[in-house]
Design a protein around this ligand. Structure first.
Ligand code: SAH
Length: 221
């Protein structure tokens, strides 16, 4: 029998089964998109967390990634990705809050180009390295303040923000393409909701996707 050497952290044989279990749980919780579920199955989440936590990587829970930040709960990543892709016809998207790069890795094969912004340079550097190791090349990285978006490549067909703000950042709204969508948690700690905002000709349409709990979108670098 061939020994597969595709698992650098020794999760080995349990990995396929634990991933299936995670996918089933997300299905049970209402994730419908097979494209998204396939990505959850494919992307090795254990490579995005500390070695000591690798055995918990396929639980549906947020985990610490150092520097006071967390890797998002798989259900939330799936929910946001599903909402973003539903009706997404464009090719260019902006991600705010790269963190460890897990959400980026889930999205990368599904869109043509991702521009991603993270305010902690050390996290960004590690995310970049991880994504290279996974042969993901359609991502451009920038250390910076997500409140400002990334005007150089605007407008974007879609924007996904992985940290919560009390209000929708003006600059992000301004960087949306007509009919483009923004998926983002908004509201004070303890009362955040995930919003989907669609840019129409003369207004922005808001749809609530339910209550969530994210780290704050910090002001400034
Ligand atoms: N996308 C990650 C989750 C990241 S957690 C995943 O897949 O798991 C949120 C991230 O947003 C953190 O890394 C935090 O440093 C970053 N962040 C917070 N405020 C920010 C800001 N103003 N600009 C850019 N990134 C910000």
């Amino acid at each position: 029998m061939m020994v597969q050497n595709n698992d650098r952290r020794g999760i080995g044989m349990t990995s396929a089964r634990t991933r299936d279990r995670l996918v089933q749980r997300l299905k049970d919780n209402g994730i419908r998109s097979n494209t998204v579920l396939e990505q959850i199955r494919n992307v090795p989440r254990h490579l995005f967390v500390d070695e000591a936590l690798a055995s918990r990587a396929y639980e549906d829970t947020a985990l610490p990634i150092g520097l006071g930040q967390t890797i998002s709960q798989p259900y939330i990543v799936a929910r946001m990705t599903e909402a973003l892709l539903d009706g997404f016809v464009g090719e260019k998207m902006l991600e705010i809050g790269t963190g460890c790069g897990y959400q980026t890795a889930i999205l990368a094969p599904l869109v043509k180009k991702i521009y991603t912004v993270e305010r902690i340079p050390d996290l960004l550097r590690r995310a970049k390295q991880r994504l290279r190791e996974l042969d993901i090349y359609n991502v451009q990285f920038r250390p910076g303040d997500g409140w400002e978006g990334w005007s150089k490549y605007a407008p974007y067909d879609a924007i996904l923000v992985a940290a919560a703000a009390p209000t929708l950042p003006e600059q992000l709204l301004a960087q949306m393409m007509p009919e483009g969508r923004l998926i983002m948690p908004v509201g004070p700690t303890g009362r955040q909701e995930l919003l989907m905002v669609v840019r129409k000709n003369d207004h922005y349409e808001r749809i609530s996707l339910g209550p969530v709990s994210f780290v704050p979108l910090v002001q400034g670098m």
